[in-house]
Ligand binder design. Structure first.
Ligand code: SF4
Ligand code: SF4
Length: 428
């Protein structure tokens, strides 16, 4: 490989508040206009005809299955999730009702973009951006909850602990994820208080209770680009950035998407695609709901996540997550190569019952490993009920089938408020 021509430099804020700005060189052969990676008409069409719904609802059968598998393979992860759920309950309750808080004074009508950005950085957020809130990305089940009079989205990224993340897949990394969520909840409460004190309203999406997918708005705000691993790759933290959105009616200016060269860099890199233990990541992108993306195969991911503490190998092995975008892009300009690719330091990982996997080696997981129910639990219960009724030959048997149906349905609905994966929404 050889040195690459420089296309342009992107100047971004430093990693922490007060740090000097950084210059990210983008090679000419990695440049791609962000507008070409979206088709607005398609996004609108799919949002209208096939509205988004939370995985916690759409895929509740596999979520329930995963909880059982996790209890068996990694009971300590179950204990961690239960503890996290208990600790998060008050915060989630606050988030649900954050939109009901009243402003505490009359607004001046001035543009408060800089004031909000400054406050968010002071609080500890790592990246802050402003965009129009795109209502096409609201889950069906949340439509009734999201205020229609708050047109602006403040996109906020918080860094998850670096060292713990490098141990993925592990309980330590999962705990770090939970800690980041708890911190997000604390910071949001402070930032909403500040917005209210300026005379404006606010409503919070996440953690644990989200309006819908957030990455598209973070990309539009120039806070990163979508990686082949399906995660937002932000300049300083890569996919270690935990995302949150606060809606507001405060007067703000919007940011713009940025070409960091990530879209094309992923085509050269492909490390997550090659290292995913479940072979769930696709190397080739396709158009999905109006966005050009590598579509993750969910059925090959969840069974791995369920057994190995949320997995996350795709996050661990991403050079932008591990080294940051600046050194990765500098190395590419110098050599035309991907920093760390092929090294055990970047690519190696361990699965508790299978051992260590160096670059080039992947675990063998048989078909039975991926045998998992799909769709909604409720649909499976109804099917079971129908089959039971068809087989019942007396009134007593029919009543027994009905009793079982009711019990299963009630149990399933009661589970809707429990944490399934650390990063997954509550269904209610
Ligand atoms: S979480 Fe694990 S199984 Fe799922 S896509 Fe990432 S690396 Fe693959
Ligand atoms: S590992 Fe490589 S291909 Fe995968 S998201 Fe990161 S940069 Fe892109």
């Amino acid at each position: 490989m050889a040195r690459r021509l420089l296309g342009h430099n992107e100047i971004r804020k430093g990693r922490s508040n007060g740090d000097q700005p950084v210059k990210i060189p983008v090679a000419k052969d990695l440049e791609k206009d962000p507008a070409t990676m979206r088709r607005e008409d398609e996004i609108s069409f799919y949002s209208r005809e096939y509205p988004l719904e939370s995985f916690a609802i759409e895929e509740s059968a596999s979520a329930e299955w995963a909880a059982g598998v996790r209890d068996e393979f990694s009971p300590e992860t179950t204990v961690l999730y239960e503890k996290f759920q208990k600790e998060m309950e008050p915060a989630v309750e606050w988030i649900r009702h954050s939109g009901e808080l009243e402003p505490t004074c009359e607004p001046t009508g001035e543009d408060v973009t800089d004031a909000l950005r400054k406050k968010a950085y002071e609080l500890g957020y790592g990246e802050v951006g402003f965009v129009h809130f795109d209502r096409r990305y609201i889950y069906q089940a949340r439509r009734k909850d999201v205020r229609a009079d708050l047109p602006h989205a403040i996109c906020l990224a918080l860094e998850q602990d670096y060292s713990a993340t490098q141990t993925l897949p592990s309980l330590e990394a999962e705990e770090a994820q939970g800690e980041a969520y708890k911190r997000q909840a604390e910071l949001a409460e402070k930032l909403v208080g500040y917005i209210n004190s300026l005379g404006y309203s606010a409503q919070v999406s996440g953690p644990t209770w989200h309006f819908g997918p957030m990455i598209p708005m973070f990309v539009q705000a120039g806070l990163g680009q979508l990686g082949v691993n399906g995660q937002l790759l932000s300049p300083h933290f890569g996919s270690r950035a935990r995302l949150q959105i606060i809606l507001t009616n405060a007067k703000v200016n919007y940011d713009k998407p940025v070409d960091y060269g990530i879209h094309k860099f992923c085509e050269v890199c492909q490390v997550c695609f090659m290292r995913c233990p479940g072979r769930a990541i696709q190397g080739q992108r396709l158009w999905f709901r109006g966005v050009e993306k590598a579509k993750l195969i969910y059925k090959r991911c969840r069974p791995v996540m369920a057994r190995y503490s949320g997995c996350g190998v795709c996050m661990k092995v991403c050079p932008i997550q591990k080294y940051g975008l600046e050194p990765v892009m500098e190395h590419y300009i110098e050599t035309g190569e991907v920093l760390g690719k092929g090294t055990a330091n970047l690519e190696g990982y361990e699965l508790p019952d299978k051992g260590y996997f160096k670059p080039g080696k992947l675990p063998v997981l048989g078909a039975a490993f991926f045998d998992m129910p799909v769709g909604k639990t409720e649909d499976h219960i109804v099917e079971e009920y129908k089959e039971g009724l068809a087989e019942a030959s007396s009134q007593a048997e029919r009543e027994k089938v009905w009793g079982k149906y009711r019990e299963s349905m009630e149990r399933s609905l009661a589970r809707r408020n429990s944490i399934i994966d650390m990063g997954m929404d509550l269904a209610n």
